[in-house]
Structure formats: structure tokens, C-alpha cells
Design a protein around this ligand. Structure first.
Ligand code: SF4
Length: 299
């Protein structure tokens, strides 16, 4: 859809006006991204996938965020870089604002900032768009959410997600290779791809198949992050999505990743007593109504 003429909204529920929900350092990304000073995140409002289970529901589906001009964004990001000395600038779900992100990065580079630019993606991108992004992004964090087409249709409305996401991951690897700084516990990453998979409660088979698929497509050297943080942030018709992930489910998926022999595996061990069951948000589930949306531990 053409969102430029006539201020029309796209499927992402955004017009061509840039809308941002949060700018600030974040310590909940994988260690090569956060190291000691955190990742400098920019969370964009809206999403081109709009998954029912989204942990960022407030911004991806409910539209929380403020319209921002390029100059305002520049001021906020330069302040974040100056004050926090963050290791990178991390564009979280920027798909529907790629032109804004490209322009912003060009201006940031023009002002002498050489930090790595991270694109944190749903995996549902076209190869052509990613080819354009290579000139701007240094690091890609694409999701691989589903190997199961029926589940992709049910939860994200796109049966072709596995095919699109595999092609997208292939394109990101072709452009930037695997994430660097994996053998090092000190230096932050400067380039490459790390694939993420969120394990959904009740859908372990999808996760096992997703890992097998990634292994067969990209091999055991693919950097992979297994996320267990799922928490129901809105009520669901599907009872599976009204609970957090069981430790036994996580263990099955983690064991499969180890059996496949992934050499660079990041895991998020489920909390013993997830806050969701006590009516609280777990550490890594943000509340964008707050000045500090994340309660994830500071270093
Ligand atoms: S792609 Fe990510 S941000 Fe977008 S709706 Fe799905 S889970 Fe949320």
C-alpha cells in the first residue's frame, strides 16, 4: 500500500509519519549485543506482521508511540549514544519504516557516528528490501518463528512465513555473514547475523522442526538464540497462549539444539517463577507506558 499519498494506514496500522515508542539503552539482548553498556534501542510503533502473541502488543498492535521528526529522533539518539555509550544502535521491528531508517542512518553516519547498526527483524521480509538494507545495516537479528505453515497462518496470518523467512535469513547471511565476536567474551559484535526463535508454550513440535530446518539450511555454525520469555500479555482463545513456557518444554527444545550440534547457541533459561503467573510482567516483557519499559537487569 502507498502510505505516502493521502496519509493512508498500511497493514502495519501506520501512515508514512514516523512513530516511535521507546528510545534507550537495553540490556535484554544477547551478550554480543549488550556487553557492558547495552544496546541502543529504537522501538518503532506498528508492525507488518501483527502476531497474536506479540510481547510488544502495546506498540505492534495498539499503536502506542509518538510521531517524531527526523531532527527529534537524531537528538534523542545522539543523547543516548553520548550518555549511555551504547555499543550499537538497534532498530527494533523497523520493516514498515525502512525508508526512514535508511535516511536516519545516512545522517547519523554523516555526523561521524560509526557504531554498528542493528536491524531486529520479524523474518518476514522480501529479499529485495534486504538487499537495499545491506548498505545501512551491519547486524541482523531475524526471527525464525515457524516451521509449521498452519501455525504461521493461525498466529500471524501468513502461511508462507517459513519460506519467506528462510529466504530472508539466507539474504541477510549473504550480505553480512554470521555474527562476529562469538568467540570473545569482551568485544561487542560489529557485523553479522544471529537468528532468534521464540519457543511458544504448547508448540514444542514447531520449535523442534524450526531448529531442524535451520540446521539443514544453514548448518551448525549458524548463531542461534532460543528465547523462552513468552508471557500472555492479552487474553487468548488458544489456551496454550494463556500460560508461560514450561521448563520441560524448554528443556526438550534446548536438548534438540544441542543434539543438532549448534556451536553458537544462546539460551534464555525460563525463570523459576515467571512473574506472569503472579500477575506481573517477567523481566524481559516491556511495558511501554513506563519511562523505563524494561525491568531486565542492568549490568
Ligand atoms: S513480528 Fe515481532 S513485533 Fe511484530 S507482531 Fe510479531 S512478535 Fe510482535
Amino acid at each position: 500500500m502507498d502510505r505516502v499519498s493521502g496519509s493512508r494506514m498500511g497493514f502495519c496500522k501506520q501512515s508514512a509519519e514516523l512513530r516511535i515508542a521507546y528510545i534507550g539503552p537495553h540490556f535484554g539482548e544477547e551478550p554480543p549485543l549488550t556487553r557492558t553498556r547495552g544496546s541502543g534501542t529504537i522501538f518503532f510503533t506498528g508492525c507488518s506482521l501483527r502476531c497474536t502473541f506479540c510481547q510488544n502488543h502495546q506498540i505492534s498492535r495498539d499503536g502506542l508511540g509518538e510521531v517524531m521528526e527526523m531532527a527529534g529522533l537524531m537528538e534523542r539518539v545522539e543523547t543516548m549514544i553520548r550518555k549511555g555509550s551504547v555499543h550499537n544502535v538497534n532498530f527494533v521491528t523497523p520493516d514498515h519504516f525502512f525508508p526512514h531508517a535508511f535516511r536516519f542512518i545516512a545522517e547519523l553516519r554523516g555526523r561521524g557516528h560509526s557504531l554498528p547498526m542493528v536491524f531486529n527483524l520479524s523474518g518476514y521480509q522480501s529479499g529485495d528490501l534486504l538487499k537495499l538494507a545491506h548498505a545501512h545495516a551491519d547486524i541482523y537479528l531475524p526471527d525464525f518463528k515457524y516451521a509449521d505453515r498452519s501455525l504461521a497462518e493461525k498466529l500471524s496470518g501468513c502461511r508462507n512465513y517459513p519460506d519467506v523467512a528462510l529466504s530472508a535469513i539466507e539474504e541477510t547471511i549473504a550480505g553480512k555473514g554470521f555474527l562476529d565476536s562469538l568467540e570473545d567474551d569482551f568485544f561487542p559484535a560489529s557485523q553479522g547475523v544471529l537468528v532468534r526463535h521464540l519457543i511458544l508454550p504448547g508448540y514444542v513440535e514447531n520449535s523442534l522442526d524450526a531448529l531442524t530446518t535451520l540446521f539443514l539450511e544453514f548448518g551448525r555454525r549458524l548463531p542461534l538464540s532460543l528465547m523462552s520469555q513468552y508471557c500472555p500479555v492479552v487474553p487468548h482463545d488458544d489456551p496454550n497462549l494463556n500460560r508461560t513456557l514450561a521448563k520441560s518444554e524448554f528443556d526438550l527444545v534446548c536438548a534438540h539444539a544441542l543434539d543438532l550440534g549448534f556451536e553458537h547457541l544462546f539460551v534464555q533459561i525460563p525463570e523459576e517463577a515467571p512473574g506472569a503467573n503472579a500477575g506481573k510482567r517477567p523481566d524481559f516483557v516491556p511495558d511501554f507506558r513506563l519511562d523505563r519499559p524494561f525491568t531486565a537487569p542492568l549490568p
